[in-house]
Each structure stands twice: as structure tokens, then as C-alpha cells.
Design a protein around this ligand. Structure first.
Ligand code: GLY
Length: 361
């Protein structure tokens, strides 16, 4: 059982991200995180992951105080899920010393994270992300939340996990569309911070799409390292650094909401990155060659570069205005100056936004 640890350094909230193959259930349930004699855990998992969740529950033995299964679809990321979780937690008599173990993709991690952040004013959580998007992004950094009808992630809290355990074996059975969706966030890391990662994605596209375990391990580790460094330096997104992670997300979240979540997160982010790439060329220093490389890579991973459903621009812009990133009524963007180098907080007029959206149609 080969594993690698990336550290998120946040003083008292520091914690490890353990990455490896075939880690579950043993490396999780025997982790020193749960070593206290009176430790109790409560497992919340995607209902599609019952077999692995049951193995984890069995491996926790008497430490497991109960479990709850949720659908992993975006509809679960809603206020209406929370009362069910609070009721289950009360019934299991969880206290402040208990741990929540969240097993699933981005939706499960986000809603369970918010539940853990608020139940008893905060109990500890361990994330076991099982999709690529969760392994490289959403399970890392402590952002939790649910959607409101008006927009994505409009209610939430920062709540750092005690441990993140990434077992790349869980990707073996991930549906193709979900896997490709995760690759959008991987491409994002190349654009915002790491031209070497970007080049590797270009040169090993086939191996990556074939889910070559060695390639996947390298990619997941690299993305976790980037995110851990960014979060360690700007946990609450107040210093302008963490905002780099939002490349492609301004338009992406707008599309996701306007399309009522018919597109997967990564698919919407892929379109958002195409839009942001257009704006980076138009308003910044991004060369047409670099822009072409970005669009080609997105396309070669089978991610959308054009909107295939009909969505009025006005609806997307309205959703973008409600996004958390739109401070003082201005819609702001992360724009790339080069592959591996971005600037944040760039206000963009509605005329240019409409132009960018037009390139997606
Ligand atoms: N997914 C963006 C962030 O964690 O800041």
C-alpha cells in the first residue's frame, strides 16, 4: 500500500491529505485521526457507494455510531437535506468529539461539510472523496455549502477537515462523463499555476483518458500540492491568492445555475474556461497560440467547448451577478496572462461578457 502525504498547513487546522491506491478501508479506519479510545464516527455516503461504505463501516467496528446514505446528484446540495442529517446525528447521539466521515463526490462532500460545520457549532469531519473533481478540488480547502435557487454555493462555511483520504482506486468505476468532468479542474491547475502539468496533460492525453494509474497518481498529487499551497496561504480567500482557483468559474457557475445543473460541474467549468480564455486574449496578454492550446486540451479530453443546450445569455449573466465573486455589482474574472500565470479580480463589462458567451454558442 503505497501512499503519499500532502500537508495543508493552517496552524491548529493543519491536516494531511493522504493519497494512494487501495487505501480503503484499512488506511482510513486505522488512521491515527481516529485513535482516541472513545472516538465515534458517523458515516455519510453516496448511496451508489454502499459496498465500499459498508466495508468502511464494518472496519470501524464498534466505533461506528451510524450511517446515512444520500443521492450524489446536485439536488442533494440543498437546504432540505440538512434537517435529515441533523435528525440522524441527534438519533446517533453524536457529540463534539465525534467524527463525520463523508464518502462520495463533490455534492456529498459539500453538503456533509456544511452539516459538520453547523451541527453543535461544528464537529470534525474526514473526507473520503471518490470522484476526480472531489479528489483534486472540492474535498480540499474547507469550503462547504449548499445551493440556493438563485445561485450555487450561496450558503456555506469554511470548515477544514481533520483528514482527507484519496484512494485513486475509486476512480476505476467512475462513469466516463464524471471522470472527464474532473479533468476540467485538472486543466485549471495547469492554467493557473503549472505549465509543466499543462504540458504533461497535452502529451499524455491518451494514457490519462485510459486512467493509467501512474498518470492519475501523479496528476492527483500535483493538483493536491497546488491546492494545499494556495489554501495554506489564503484560507479565507481574502488575500487575492485563493481566487486563482476560480479560473473558469465565473461563467461556469453562471452556466451551471442557468442550465439548472443539467451540465456537470466540470463541463460548465470547461465552458467557463473557454470564455475566460477568450477574455484573457481580448483584455490581457494571452497569446492566440496559448489560447488555442487551452481550447484544444479542453476539447481533447472530451469536454465541451460549445454550449449544446439553448440558454439565453441574459439568464447566464443574471446568475453570474449573484455569484459570490461579483462584489460591488461588478462581475470579476480570473484571466490568464500565460499558461501557468493568472491575474484575479479583473472587472469585465457586460459587452465583453456577452462576446465571450457568444463564442460558446
Ligand atoms: N474550488 C475553489 C476553492 O476551493 O477555493
Amino acid at each position: 500500500m503505497q501512499k503519499h502525504t500532502v500537508h495543508v498547513r493552517l496552524g491548529a487546522r493543519s491536516h494531511p491529505i493522504v493519497i494512494g491506491k487501495s487505501l480503503l478501508p484499512k488506511a482510513l479506519t486505522s488512521s491515527s485521526t481516529f485513535s482516541g479510545l472513545k472516538t465515534r464516527v458517523f458515516v455519510i455516503a453516496d448511496s451508489h457507494l454502499r459496498p465500499i461504505a459498508q466495508r468502511i463501516i464494518r472496519s470501524f467496528g464498534t466505533k461506528c455510531a451510524g450511517s446515512f446514505f444520500l443521492s450524489g446528484g446536485e439536488a442533494t446540495k440543498d437546504m432540505s437535506t440538512l434537517p435529515k442529517l441533523y435528525a440522524a446525528a441527534c438519533q446517533a447521539r453524536l457529540d463534539r468529539k465525534s467524527f463525520i466521515v463523508a464518502i462520495g463526490g463533490g455534492v456529498i462532500g459539500d453538503v456533509t461539510g456544511f452539516f459538520a460545520a453547523t451541527y453543535l457549532r461544528g464537529i470534525r469531519i474526514v473526507h473520503v472523496p471518490t470522484t476526480l473533481v472531489a479528489q483534486v478540488d472540492s474535498a480540499i480547502g474547507g469550503k462547504t455549502g449548499v445551493n440556493l435557487p438563485k445561485g450555487k454555493n450561496l450558503v456555506g462555511a469554511f470548515h477544514q477537515p481533520a483528514l482527507v483520504m484519496v484512494d485513486s482506486t475509486t476512480l476505476k468505476t467512475l462513469p466516463d462523463r464524471q471522470f472527464r468532468s474532473g479533468l476540467a479542474e485538472v486543466i485549471k491547475y495547469g492554467i493557473i499555476d503549472d505549465s509543466i502539468l499543462f504540458r504533461r496533460l497535452e502529451s499524455r492525453t491518451k494514457q490519462i483518458l485510459n486512467r493509467d494509474p501512474k498518470e492519475l497518481s501523479w496528476i492527483i498529487q500535483r493538483c493536491c500540492e497546488i491546492k494545499a499551497r494556495v489554501v495554506s496561504q489564503d484560507e479565507f480567500e481574502t488575500k487575492g491568492l485563493r481566487a486563482i482557483l476560480n479560473f473558469g468559474h465565473t461563467i461556469g457557475h453562471g452556466i451551471e445555475n442557468a442550465a439548472q445543473y443539467k451540465l456537470l460541474h466540470g463541463e460548465a467549468i470547461a465552458l467557463g474556461m473557454v470564455g475566460a480564455t477568450y477574455l484573457s486574449q481580448k483584455l490581457g496578454d494571452l497569446t492566440s497560440i496559448a489560447a488555442q492550446r487551452i481550447n484544444n486540451l479542453i476539447g481533447s479530453f472530451g469536454l465541451p467547448v460549445r454550449l449544446k443546450i439553448k440558454l439565453p445569455t441574459s439568464k447566464i449573466v443574471a446568475a453570474m451577478r449573484l455569484d459570490k465573486k461579483a462584489g460591488d455589482g461588478q462581475i470579476r474574472f480570473v484571466l490568464a496572462d500565460d499558461i501557468g500565470n493568472v491575474r484575479t479580480g479583473i472587472p469585465v463589462s457586460e459587452v465583453f461578457i456577452s462576446e465571450a458567451l457568444a463564442t460558446l454558442c
